[in-house]
Design a protein around this ligand. Sequence first.
Ligand code: 2IT
Length: 445
Amino acid sequence: MYKLESFMAELEKHNPAQPEFIQATREVLESIIDMVNENPVYEKNRILERITEPDRTFMFRVEWEDDLGNIQVNRGYRVQFNNALGPYKGGLRFHASVTLGGLKFLGFEQTLKNSLTTLPMGGAKGGSDFNPRGKSDSEIQRFCRSFMTELQKYIGPNTDVPAGDIGVGAREIGFLYGQYKRIRDENTGVLTGKGLSFGGSLIRPEATGYGAMYFAHQMLLANNDTFAGKTISVSGFGNVAWGAVMKATELGAKVVTISGPDGYIYDEEGVGTPEKWAYMSYLRASNNDEVEPYAKKFGAKFVSGRKPWEVPVDMAFPCAIQNELSLEDAKALVANGVKYVVETSNMGCSADAATYLINEKIPFGPGKAVNAGGVAVSGLEMSQNAMHLSWNAEEVDVKLHAIMVNIHTSCVREGTQEDGYINYPKGANIAGFKKVADAMVQMGY
Ligand code: 2IT
């Protein structure tokens, strides 16, 4: 019998000073441990010990020259977490907060998330503590080139296929892919999120946000509810928030907030026009990491240094970064009558915030289910690359929609409580875990 507290104590001892990794693994183990103990084959095969240990981790020095001619040094990482289900797959994050422990949490989550998509992908994550804020496009290009010069030793279209994440979008993927091609002289699907003209997939940029809304739609349907007339708060202003506000608007809801590290925008009229969406993309590409200019341009309110969770809404979608929604924020949302919380960032809610929402019986979608549409369309990009053809937007969108509906069904199957409340995090954790664990058992050690 596995015992949660002694297992976690060992894991913590073995992974010191990695609080996010411990938070992510604890959250998963808490919800799967009874099921694991009911199936002794998992303990016999030491699945919990094995699934919480990355297959391997690469750490490397990245040196690049800034616009003033100074040499700068950053650290690069690739955590190949688990490839039981297929090639390692997961994004690269360029952000000042990046640490090994942070990437281990993301790689662990990615393994279960990718399992939920039903596509053949293992889990990985990588990136650097390089901070794109205030960097010129040439500096970003030089950094990407240097980063890939080292990373290319460890990846390949059948072994490990990175993609974007925070700070890594179409521009960065282009530079990274260009360098891979320069060194290896290969045209392969080694990265996803590529430009359309060199193997990218339609709908990949929109996929995470669209997928989140498709998942949220299923949550609404499970409550005989609809998007019509719903007021929504979104945090962030990057790729994920962008896709989310577009699809939410299309489905009949009104998004009243977006946010950045500088504060949040309250847009009473809704972030609901193509001009506003294009401006979000412009802000992302400006490397300034600020949303305040949106308020000036569109006559909306800017609230400095605060998070959007104090605004009364029907549905809240954290779309920025881990632990961006605290217990205090969750209490404020519930006090203001929130009906759904749909975590779209990876581990966007702190552990106590998530527990509070579940105890309050608020339908709460966890990031690993809600945001899986991004990596799912990455998987579809890999399929198209392998077949040397490209699907049209509608074909990709139909597949994305079907995948999100299926993930929701898996959550309902594994997470519905006796009182009828759907515990989505539990459902996602059990469904994602079972497939990886069963594959590991079947393949032996
Ligand atoms: O967190 C994520 O799922 C991503 N950053 C996307 C990963 C991918 O391989 O598309």
